[in-house]
Design a protein around this ligand. Sequence first.
Ligand code: UGA
Length: 472
Amino acid sequence: MRISVIGCGYVGLVTGTCLAEAGHEVVCTDNDPERIATLKAGVVPIYEQHLDAMLTENHRSGRLSFTSDAGAAVRGGEAIFICVGTPPLENGEADLSAIDNVARLIATEASESKLVVEKSTVPAQTGQQLKRVLEVYRRNGGAEFRVASNPEFLREGTAVEDFLHPDRIVFGVEDEQSERQLREIYRPILERRFRCSVHLTGCPTTKPPTLVVTTISSAELIKHASNSFLAMKISYANMIADVCEKVGGDIKEVTRALGLDPRIGPRFLDAGLGFGGFCLPKDVQAFIRLAERSGVDFSMLKEAERVNKHRIDLFLEKIRQALWVVKDKKVGVLGLAFKANTDDIRFAPSLEILRRLLAEGAQIRAYDQEAMDRTSNVFPQIHCCREPYDVAREADALLILTEWEEFRLLDWERIHGLMARPLVIDGRNLLNPEAMMERGFEYYCFGRPTQTATPQFMAAQVSKFSEASARI
Ligand code: UGA
């Protein structure tokens, strides 16, 4: 099928590339001509596992192309996927102006009937507004527009896997032809029959996906309800972690047993700095506003958001308690991205932590394998290091802000020797507290027993002190 994708951001690029991989002829367009030029030159502007190789392969074969002529893209596609951004407005509601612009573009450019698919995350009722705009601005009387909602559940870092091996696919449709067309588009993925140009590992499920066909409004709600539920689950785990700290429990032990109940499930129970990124925080806010507008007080969700924001305060308090005075302390930061396996720092907890530590006068050295360039654009005053060990050199404290597997595998003995004070504050509960304390670290995390003054720790401090005195 000839498919047009409007918006070459994260969702649009993954959608376009994967639909081409599934055998369709896909044209992607964006209102940023520079982005299109970059893509035409074969450069992928975001870091996402497998995307680079798959995009290059499909671009080379001609199944995937890019154009800055949005009108031509609209005219050429039988189905048009809207993948533009819906960022938060000041009041937390989703800004739907890009959707409105695209709807008017489709209405004025299309000379034939089109299936218009809402892929961007939008509040319930957007589909109905979309239909209205398409109808009101329609230029060509012969063009009939069918609207469908097809929410995405991609996670950054595993987006290509998630698209091609999803656990569920949702079609929000209101007519048979739209459903038929969407089934045709997704047939290779639903039947698991396509040749994959890259080797996908860690496929989340080997079963074919479940197809859920609903109304447009339900499909829109499914997306917001899913992200909001995940956010609540994380905040719930974080509250249990706080209780663990007070009564001497271990959050890892508690959530492990909790997650073994199939009604609860083990995922999204990792306590720490809380949820960031461009999806969960904004979708929770947008869902709260939608509920408010509809006269529903979704206070549970407001509480999940409040708990999440408070994680940063708690983390900074741990830093202050350990360091006493933050001013002029050398603080090493491991991890800047909002989560592992991405270069995305949008709404990352690291940003607020850096901002506040800098305001308090800390000297910051940071390392992240993917997100350093983006962060130094925001904070030119931090020193970005080429390798994690440089961050530790002469540091008074080392903070872990992203759960990159690389950090777990570091040579922590070496790091111990490099630091001025072997103090680690782990915002992601990534490391094993016992192992860290055995190595002589002063170690703090969330919801797990930590002790600072083990005999090994004291001995290490004394020997460091003697060495320093000998040098003087
Ligand atoms: C999220 C959803 O998981 C996807 O299903 C959805 O499609 C996507 O938003 C979207 O709306 O586009 P993503 O933003 O990539 O995906 O990130 P998540 O994997 O959900 O992680 C969000 C945040 O929660 C991260 O900061 C992560 O570190 C944090 N998190 C996650 C925890 O603090 N604890 C956990 O147990 C899990």
